[in-house]
Design a protein around this ligand. Structure first.
Ligand SMILES: Cc1cc2nc3c(=O)[nH]c(=O)nc-3n(C[C@H](O)[C@H](O)[C@H](O)COP(=O)(O)OP(=O)(O)OC[C@H]3O[C@@H](n4cnc5c(N)ncnc54)[C@H](O)[C@@H]3O)c2cc1C
Length: 463
């Protein structure tokens, strides 16, 4: 690989996932002259963004009661508005870039089914509280009882009703259509420099360096020269150094690598997806429905495997294949930043579970079309971290290091607007009006709700 010329850029963005792309897009659109380089360790979107389950959905309904307890109803309502507004913006962006067909975006209802009475009751209470605190959200969710579910099921599946022996309780549909964005994980993208529609609108201001892992970041402002006073940070990569004025970490589950002080506050979490072909055994509902199956977290002391409480699936409207994910794995396999292999137990588990939900006899397996794993970023309080990194976190002087990370498996509902909100902070415009204050990175959050002990407790299997 040829050494890179020494670049001088206003902004280095580390990570080319949806968050890095959002930050780049906002900077290009809102700053008249900013020069930007995106550094990506592998290929474009090779992190969680290119490996996810494709559900453009929010989890704020089931989380509302918890959010209101932790942050008060006003902030909880702001989080609900933020996530649904973000989903709306995602759709607009896909339309703006004429990518509806390419992305296979569909407007769907999401059918959430609850496998125990308790989890269903908890969900109902959460929705009731959301509607009472914020009447404008009434009608977002429709609660179905078992009988209606059967009718809806019969209507939607013919004889292929979601099995009520498995779905012991009821389900709710989210009234507002939730689009589903189906995709295969990114294949390798060869070129190490690429342009994008955004960059062609702003020629010469954006470069994207793929296959270029950032190995370290230094601040050289103690040696005052004309260069270090404007570009105090050195980004070290195998292709050579670059000097930049600001560093923006969009590294999500990998953030602890370059910022060790964040380890424990944010942790990686490995997720696995399968694509399964049901053949002719169920009709294709890919244009109408996606599904979530909720159950209380489980722990099996014999296998040491934990079930994390959710299976999610969508169906390709084109092929009828199911895109099915959900974790049931050992904690040491889940808390991992290594997506170079797919956990075979995870795949076997997903293959054994899915056909049962659609009424197939136990032991049935559908053809595995594809499977992959990806790394998410999780935080103990379940909320993203957006803001300026302090010197105590970076170990460096300077005020030019920023982060947007920890989307807790719900990037589609958060990343786009979090990237834009971070740009408001970077440009000195203060907090974006949409951004919930609870997402902002603060010392007190790090010491309290994001303390390592809280992360351990959140990960500890509850029996
Ligand atoms: C299996 C799975 C299923 C999911 N399903 C859904 C879903 O259905 N709906 C939903 O909303 N969300 C889902 N998610 C989560 C969603 O994909 C993420 O929240 C979102 O993609 C995060 O985007 P990001 O840009 O912040 O991070 P990423 O896409 O992970 O991007 C970070 C990038 O940083 C790069 N990087 C890291 N360190 C360095 C370095 N030192 N130098 C250079 N580059 C570096 C990485 O290579 C990576 O490309 C899923 C995730 C997984 C793994």
């Amino acid at each position: 690989m040829e050494p890179n010329r020494e670049l001088e850029r206003d902004y280095a963005i580390i990570g080319s996932g949806i968050t890095g792309m959002s930050v780049a897009k906002s900077l290009l659109e809102r700053h008249p002259s900013a020069t930007i380089t995106i550094f990506e360790a592998r290929t474009l979107c090779s992190g969680a963004t290119g490996r996810n389950g494709g559900q453009m959905a929010a989890n704020v309904g089931e989380e509302y009661a918890h959010l209101a307890d932790a942050h008060g109803p006003e902030m909880a309502g702001k989080i609900v508005s933020f996530t649904f507004h973000n989903l709306q913006k995602m759709q607009e962006l896909i339309k703006e870039y004429d990518a509806e067909e390419l992305s296979e975006m569909q407007r769907l209802k999401k059918l959430r089914a609850f496998l125990t009475e308790d989890s269903f009751e908890g969900f109902q209470k959460s929705i009731a509280r959301l509607e009472s605190d914020h009447p404008s959200w009434k009608g977002l969710y429709t609660i179905l009882d078992k009988e209606t579910l059967i009718k809806v099921g019969e209507l939607m599946f013919g004889r292929y009703v979601v099995k009520l022996t498995d779905v012991r309780n009821m389900a709710s549909t989210e009234q507002q259509g939730e689009p589903c964005f189906l995709q295969e994980p990114c294949g390798p993208i060869d070129s190490s420099r690429r342009s994008s529609p955004t960059s062609s609108r702003s020629p010469n201001r954006l470069t994207i360096e793929t296959h270029t892992p950032v190995e370290s970041v230094q601040n050289d402002s103690s040696f005052i020269t004309p260069t270090t006073s404007v570009f105090p940070y050195t980004i070290q990569t195998p292709r050579g150094p670059s000097r930049v004025a600001n560093v923006v970490y969009c590294t999500n589950g990998y953030s602890g690598h370059l910022i060790p002080e964040l380890r424990g506050h944010i942790h990686p979490f490995k997720g696995t997806m399968t694509v399964q072909d049901p053949g002719n055994s169920v009709p294709n509902q890919g244009q109408h429905l996606s599904w979530g199956f909720h159950y209380p977290p489980t722990y099996d002391p014999t296998t040491k495997e934990s079930g994390y409480g959710l299976y999610y699936l969508g169906q390709s409207a084109k092929t009828g294949y199911f895109y099915f994910g959900g974790e049931n794995t050992r904690i040491e396999d889940a808390v991992s930043a290594d997506d170079s292999f797919v956990g075979s137990n995870s795949v076997l588990h997903l293959q054994s579970v899915l056909p049962k939900f659609f009424g197939q006899r136990p032991g049935s397996q559908w053809k595995l079309v594809s499977s992959w794993s990806g790394i998410m970023g999780f935080s103990a309080d379940g909320l993203p971290l957006i803001g300026r990194l302090s010197s105590s976190l970076t170990g460096r002087n300077g005020k030019g290091e920023w982060i947007a990370a920890a989307f807790n498996g719900y990037g589609m509902a958060n990343c786009l607007m979090c990237g834009d909100a971070l740009v408001s902070m970077i440009l000195g415009e203060g907090s974006n009006e949409w951004l919930p204050g609870a997402y902002e990175l603060s010392e007190s959050r790090l010491q309290n709700t994001l303390a390592t002990s809280e992360s351990i407790s959140a990960l500890t299997p509850k029996l």
